[in-house]
Structures are given as C-alpha cells and as structure tokens.
Design a protein around this ligand. Structure first.
Ligand code: SF4
Length: 156
C-alpha cells in the first residue's frame, strides 16, 4: 500500500484551498493501491490556512525540537505539524504502507526540498516534518517528481 498526499489526488486541502491533482496518482487510489493523507488538516489546521514554513532547520530538526514551524502571520504551528505527522504515520501503519508519495517542497510533505523559512519562494535541501517522521519509521518517501510510476527506480 502507498500513502499519498491528498492534494496530489484531487483533495482541495492546500493552504489556499487548491489542489495539485495528478491523474497518474489518482489512478493509484482508484486501483485501491493508495490511501490519501493531508497531515496539516489532520493536525488540526483549517483550510484555507495561513501558509507556514520551517524556520531554523528541516523536518528532522523539528522532530528533534531544534526548529519550529511558523506561519506567515508569525504564529507557531509546530504542534499542529507534529500532530499531523503522527496522524499520517498512524495511517501508514494502519494501511501497511511502506512507500509514500508526498508533495515536494511542502513543510509537511517535502521529501528532497522545502521552503527556506523566509516566505520568499526560495528552497533548501531537506524534508518536511511528515516525510522525516515516516522515514524514521522505515517508509520510503518519494515526491510526485521522483515517483517512478511503480517501476522500482526513483527518478533523481
Ligand atoms: Fe496537505 Fe501535504 Fe498537500 Fe500540504 S502538501 S496540502 S500538508 S497533503
């Protein structure tokens, strides 16, 4: 089973109420091979919501208490991001998912890059909070950009 970011399969759960639907990933849902999660909604944040970025590090640092997640209004939303990551992990374990395909550059779902915390659109290498937690528990995390379509070879 595969865990997939809900915004990649048509859910309007992005901070701006939008979606980033990918027909190839919707197909996985239809085939019963994937389950959708939106960690930010599952952590208790509303939609639409004020956009947030990780300040002071990456998702690993947030898990270790060395960085925070802050929204563009200046509110600390670290607790909600951590709660959402734990909920996504719970769903991965319930579904027996060993693979995840998560939205790149999100402070929750990014797996290779995240926004740099300045709300300027700039990115830095690193994973979001949920991607980092899933990896700590043995889930192989890809993005919609590196997912190989199930051939076994991730694009890099
Ligand atoms: Fe939700 Fe992740 Fe998509 Fe953000 S990137 S809307 S947290 S599923």
């Amino acid at each position: 089973m595969i865990l997939v970011s809900a915004c990649l399969v048509g859910c309007h759960c992005r901070y701006d109420g939008g979606t980033k639907e990918r027909p190839d990933l919707v197909k996985l849902i239809r085939q019963g091979r994937a389950v959708p999660v939106c960690p930010e909604q599952m952590g208790g944040l509303p939609t639409p919501r004020v956009p947030a970025e990780i300040v002071g590090g990456d998702g690993e640092a947030v898990l270790d208490g060395r960085a925070r997640v802050v929204n563009s209004a200046g509110d600390d939303v670290t607790a909600q991001f951590l709660a959402g990551a734990r909920e996504a992990l719970r769903m991965a374990e319930a579904a027996g998912a060993s693979v995840a395909i998560l939205k790149e550059r999100s402070p929750s779902c990014g797996s290779a890059a995240i926004y740099d915390g300045t709300f300027s659109g700039a990115t830095v290498p690193g994973a979001g909070v949920t991607a980092a937690l899933l990896r700590r528990h043995g889930v192989r995390v890809y993005s919609e950009e590196t997912w190989d379509g199930g051939t076994g070879n991730a694009h890099t």
